[in-house]
Ligand binder design. Structure first.
Ligand code: FES
Length: 135
């Protein structure tokens, strides 16, 4: 706590006091080379820190409809991934993957849960089941 207090109350204000920001626009012309280096370095550090702080949120919320690649590693050696499954081979209930993260493609292996948690998505499988007949 003492370190935080020192940084916030003493070190940062002391450093900021020495940043050569002119009081007027014309003051920029009176800065020495060393002051310019200091000012540029300070501006780059503040800009970089701001960029790093905002970038994750920008990436997440900027353009949700931006085209993204779904298939990261399933059969990347073929032009199109498709599967043919005979209806007769389906059991009573079959879960097909729709998130493109399953290791048992084209079937769901639950990998969508980790995907959803990682990126705030809500995808899940396509469930095909035989009609329940009564009687
Ligand atoms: S693993 Fe992809 S939907 Fe379940």
């Amino acid at each position: 706590m003492e370190l935080l207090s020192y940084v916030v109350r003493d070190a940062v204000p002391s450093y900021l006091k020495n940043v050569p920001i002119p009081r007027s626009f014309g003051g920029f012309f009176n800065l020495s080379f060393k002051e310019w280096i200091h000012l540029v370095t300070f501006s780059a550090a503040v800009g970089g820190a701001g960029y790093l702080a905002v970038k994750p949120y920008y990436d997440k919320y900027a353009d949700p409809k931006k085209e993204v690649c779904f298939n990261h590693d399933i059969r990347k050696d073929v032009e199109k991934v498709y599967d043919i499954i005979d209806v007769e081979d389906l059991g009573e209930k079959t879960n097909f993957c729709r998130c493109w993260r399953s290791k048992k493609w084209p079937f769901c292996d639950g990998s969508h849960n980790a995907h959803n948690k990682a990126c705030g998505d809500n995808v899940a499988s396509l469930i095909i089941q035989k009609k329940q007949t009564s009687g």
